[in-house]
Ligand binder design. Structure first.
Ligand code: ZN
Length: 295
């Protein structure tokens, strides 16, 4: 294996492989004090083979057992940075530009940030200025989503918009891992990383299976460097994310408009009783105004 395969990663090795690891590689037991060191799950006593105990919870990333080790080399951020990584020719609307600027400010302040934007607001394009600034600053970035279809759909758009090379990782991904500054992955794949990223963008943060999933939330935290920050994107923020905003743990940008600049319709609920018997004067007025406005 190449030395760079270990940068900010948790690579599963057997005891006999440890002497052949690259210089600077550190190893920890894969299961320590009954806790899986890859996904932090407490090992159930029934997760056993005749010879060892294993972690069932993250077995779909390759079975990890108590006679194995996890090897890592601290993330060194050694990649060539491009002065102008973004080649996107499009233009942001003033509302999108405001959100993009707020994301760049959050990046510069090292603060985590929530973008609460309606579906169709163009949140991918809004990310481009922040991604560009992070790439130029030599930061390592992961763009992840709990939804694999989002990742598959994002990959060609990012390839078109950025010159920066990136690897695409998800369960059935045809790509094998290689060390890149930018990583596009399903949230689940972050379990293979440790303190690797300066910036993690979580798209569709309130989608299944990420929402309220302790294993995946932990994966995002552990894959982030101690000074790193997160950018959450959603059209339906959970109560918990909004609580983090109110406690000022998260900055927020709101975008209630779609890319064409039209606000979403506002609904007002009026209780009108039995309208077949007697039509409320409020409804009569609304209908009259509607008819007049159409003349
Ligand atoms: Zn595990």
């Amino acid at each position: 294996m190449d030395e760079s395969d270990f940068y900010g990663r948790l690579v599963l090795v057997r005891h006999s492989q440890i002497p052949a690891l690259p210089d600077g590689a550190m190893t920890i037991p894969a299961i320590k004090d009954g806790i899986c060191q890859r996904c932090a799950t407490k090992i159930n006593t029934t997760w056993r083979t005749p010879t060892s105990t294993y972690c069932w919870a993250c077995a779909n990333l390759g079975r990890l057992s108590d006679d194995q080790f996890l090897a890592t080399i601290p993330e060194p951020n050694v990649f060539e940075t491009d002065a102008m990584p973004c080649q996107w020719q499009g233009e942001l609307t003033p509302a999108q530009r405001r959100v993009a600027d707020e994301q760049v400010q959050a990046l510069k302040a090292g603060r985590s940030h929530l973008t609460y934007a309606v579906t169709g607001a163009g949140k991918t394009e809004m990310l481009f200025p922040m991604l560009t600034a992070a790439l130029q600053a030599g930061k390592r970035i992961a763009l992840v989503s709990p939804r694999v279809d989002v990742i598959v759909e994002l990959a060609p758009r990012l390839r078109e918009a950025f010159k920066t090379d990136f690897v695409v990782l998800y369960g059935d991904s045809p790509e094998t891992y290689r060390y890149t500054q930018l990583v596009l992955a399903s949230t689940h794949q972050l379990l293979r990383f440790r303190a690797a990223f300066d910036v993690i963008v979580v798209d569709e943060v309130d989608a299944f299976p990420y929402a309220e999933n302790v294993q995946l939330e932990g994966a995002v935290q552990r894959a982030t460097k101690p000074q790193g920050c997160h950018f959450y994107l959603t059209a339906t923020p959970s109560a918990r994310l909004l609580r983090d905003v109110s406690k000022q743990r998260l900055r927020i940008s709101l975008l209630p408009r779609r890319y064409h600049g039209q606000p979403l319709p506002n609904f007002t609920i009026i209780k009108i009783g039995n309208w077949r018997k007697k039509l409320s004067w409020r409804i009569q007025r609304i209908l009259r105004e509607y008819v007049i406005s159409k003349q």
